[in-house]
Design a protein around this ligand. Structure first.
Ligand code: NDP
Length: 325
């Protein structure tokens, strides 16, 4: 037997329960991983609350983890039992001691990257890879606005932008979070609890505004974010921490300066094995070079996944959170 977190109905963190299950044997093209650490991500909260519906109930939760290959199904050639691996995609169920998933979603970990670092950063790091290197290929010298700059994704974005020579203006809700973002290489921060974001961006950029805005907050910040852009610049809406952006009249893009908008996802970018491997190579190189360090600020036992989600949802966390199975 092994333990996993599951939920039978959507709702608050109290719907999560720790149960004993017989771990699934890997089928054709699958592997089973003995997790050493599990990543906690905001998307797990969208799934638990039903914003992103789980395919079936009761459902496992989570898509990110790192550990050791424990069993290999038919037709898997790139992995063997005992390999150190990590993953950030695939079926729900990473909040568990054992997780069975398609081998195509699993990558070998370089020796220099430990399990906790991998579980704390793979989903977030691959996200930053596509946001800064693909959705808009930043070359250095640009000015960008990045919301939630002291969070899990934000902490990696600050460091990657700094390494690229990009001026990242990070929004945060407190002075402590501002200090953290600056320590991670942000060029400037805006504490939106006290300052007007658009006015402050105008001051910081001498009226020029931003080349790209990366907005994972969603509903609360959509229009503010558009107001922070240069004419014909790009709005990247990639999350819903405050709720989804809905009912948009496309004419707003004309009114606010012939803007572009995109709504990307990790699965949309790491959609083939080749693309996943290329993105991992780029991200792992940043970790191995020391240009990006992962701040595992919060660790919880698997049984306390609900408590960990509450902390993330109520803006109490900085950096990454992991669950220990
Ligand atoms: P974070 O650690 O960044 O936590 C979320 C942060 O968002 C909070 O700490 C808070 O920072 C800020 N925030 C602003 N408004 C709210 C609100 N109403 N409720 C809660 N938080 C709020 O989480 P992650 O690093 O896990 O994820 C960051 C975002 O990136 C999420 O929205 C997630 O969905 C998105 N994402 C999207 C992906 C994609 O491919 N599309 C992939 C991965 C993540 P502060 O207090 O400073 O405002």
């Amino acid at each position: 037997m092994s333990q996993r977190i599951q939920f039978a109905r959507t709702g608050g963190s109290d719907v999560l329960e720790l149960v004993d299950v017989t771990p699934a044997a890997p089928g054709q093209g699958e592997v089973r991983i003995a997790n050493k650490a599990v990543g906690l991500n905001f998307i797990d909260i969208y799934v638990r609350t039903g914003l992103y519906p789980a395919p079936a109930m009761p459902s496992g939760l989570g898509t990110e983890g790192a550990g050791v290959v424990d069993a290999v199904g038919e037709g898997v050639s790139h992995l063997t039992v005992g390999d150190r691996v990590a993953y950030a995609q695939g079926p729900l169920g990473a909040y568990a001691q054992m997780h069975t998933l398609p081998a195509a979603k699993v990558v070998r970990l370089p020796d220099a990257i430990d399990f906790e670092t991998a579980a704390a950063s793979m989903l977030k790091g691959l996200t930053v890879q596509y946001l800064l290197r693909q959705t808009f290929e930043l070359k250095g010298g640009e000015t960008i606005l990045f919301h939630a700059a002291a969070g899990g994704v934000g902490s990696i974005a600050c460091q990657w932008a700094n390494a690229l020579g990009v001026k990242l203006i990070g929004t945060v809700s407190s002075q402590a979070k501002a200090d953290l973002a600056m320590a991670n290489g942000a060029w400037a921060t805006i504490n939106y609890s006290e300052e007007n974001v658009v006015e402050r961006v105008r001051e910081l950029t001498n009226g020029e505004m931003c080349d790209v805005v990366y907005d994972s907050v969603g509903k609360d910040t959509w229009e503010t974010s558009l107001d922070c852009l240069k004419p014909r610049a790009l709005m990247v809406s990639f999350g819903n921490a405050s709720g989804p952006v809905e009912g948009v009249n496309i004419g707003i893009l004309n009114k606010k300066g012939s803007l572009y908008v995109t709504r990307p996802s990790l699965n949309g970018y790491a959609d083939t094995r080749e693309r996943l491997e290329a993105m991992c190579e780029a991200f792992f190189a940043m970790l191995e070079s020391g240009k990006i360090k992962i701040d595992i600020a919060n660790r919880y036992p698997l049984a306390e996944a609900g408590k960990a989600q509450d902390a993330l949802q109520s803006r109490k966390t900085t950096g990454s959170t992991i669950l220990l199975p």
